[in-house]
Design a binder for this molecule. Sequence first.
Ligand code: GUN
Ligand code: ZN
Length: 656
Amino acid sequence: MHFELLGRDGAGRLGKWHTPHGVVETPALLPVIHPGRQAIPASEMHAKFGVRMVITNSYIAWRDPWLRQRALDEGIRQLIGFPGPVMTDSGTFQMYFYGRTIEVGNAQIVDFQRRIGSTVGTILDIFATPGMTEEEAGQAVDTTLARAREAVQLRGQGERFPHEAEERMGLALPVQGGTFPALRERSAREAAQLDAAMHPIGGVVPLMEQQRYRDLAEVIAASQRALPAGKPVHLFGAGHPLVFPLAALLGCDLFDSASYSKFAQDERLILPDGTAHLRELEELPCACPVCANTTAQELRSLPQQEREGQLARHNLHVSMAELRRVRQAMRDGRLWELVEQRCRAHPALLDGLRALAGHTAWLERKEPVSKPAAFFYTGPETLTRPTIVRLQQRLLTHYRSPCDQACVVESSRPFGRHVAGLWAKARNHGIQLLVKTPWGAVPAELDDMYPLAQSANPELWDRDAGKGFTRHLDAMLAAHGWKLLDRAELDALPDPERGEGMERAHVAAVCDVQFGRGAGDALLRGELGFRRSATTGKVRNVYSQGEHVLSLRASDGLFTLKLAGARRLHERPGLRVVVDGDSAPFQREGRNAFSRFVRSIDPALRPEDECLVVDEADALLACGRIVLPADEVGTFAKGMAVQVREGIAPRSPDAA
Ligand code: GUN
Ligand code: ZN
């Protein structure tokens, strides 16, 4: 079983989980199927709803003698009639929910799940309730870990059972620890050492029932900090689509839900932004196949069982649609926008979003440096997004200007067109022109770069934007030692005879912000040449001393490295991905570098950053683009780490 990464956004991942019984695109919803009674037949879920994996409860099957025998005889997948992978749970939740011990032990229920051919089986973990003391929750973590170790041992023992897959049942090893972040981290770190197929985050149902989304966000973040990126993470019992975008942004790949049927039993409709009781609805605010073909009145007049089935179908349609929306938002680089929109559905969810501001350091490491989509301001929370925090930080630490004064102007974009003359005049007098934006005090030569060029914000600022700008301006003045000059003072200065062109400064500034302070000096030596786009006139290729060192990507205004540029950056520290000797010849030829061959990596590299591929003696092999955050590369058994653009010794096409 392995997890393949196809894309990412925030700390969220778009993936493909390869199981012995089929491939699951993630983030995915696993509807809960009752082994004895199905609100919607499992085969219909597969055929009509796009469900690719389901979860059922092995304890419920085990407890009932007739179901137990059928599960053992036919296998669980046959019993429930689902043609794809089936995860089973263990009875932990029943123990918690009914507040009693159950008559089956960990070894026994794990063995049973193997015998019935579960694709992934769950250990009998201990559900730490939010009311537990830290000591009690710690003991629950210890017991859960002991049971995880026992299950890992058992899984490899004995002969393979007839319904069991060739590679044997995968194990779900849950993270527990209540609402204690340190316990969550320990639980996750130790579970991650074991041979798991995936890691559920458990014990969160009461948080969701009580709409404690802030605690939920804290629990997920604490668990994720210590979980390996290379395995899917499941959020146990998360069934309402309200939480999907936020949880997916925090790296949850799998959700399971009985909500679609439980809500239907109570005659309630799940909606992307809440829940409604059928009796309250004059109209159906939904376009699913059920709602498109009926009315609230008609639904109410159906016989009870039929009504429940139709409501369950509506609920499942809405839930599946929200996951499609989440996956598409990831592809588009718009997951943060979706989360910010959805979290406005309830103030408690807004707390969940706002709690992320306390996790910027972790989130920033995961955040791609470039996205295919525009960057939208949706409200004050946007200002704490990792992309903005990173930009503001890099302007303080990476950017460099020859000036000793600064002057703030307001400008619409592109700054390069609107304030180029003023910029040249200011520069001539040793004054750095800064543009007032909600993203901070931005040097005027930088507006072509992601996220600035692609950003959109309201013209009417709120107070947070104003305060954020002032704070960043003060930090910029301090960091760069600039004295602040009034606009009137700048205007009063004489115009220069001939101003410096903005182009060279623009290219140097992007180099510094993108690759680190001083990178512009290393890359842009001596005589520079530019090749421009015939249509827009914008710089495309940058030549230094006759060598093509950089190309500017039109989509995001960031540079891609050419080999000549990589050689120059190689004289400086950083940006390195060190590969194994076995892999080095391939990168030298220009082939991609796989995660399992990466020996070490510059911890400052972020997804989509340009990088240098070197061997263990630091000889340059290639340049390319890293697709993972530095801290994740070691956790993937399969898949690419660096998309190589150019190797130092490309194979000629005719060499066989
Ligand atoms: N279902 C909902 N929460 C949990 C949990 O914490 N553990 C298990 N095994 N199942 C669950
Ligand atoms: Zn509907």
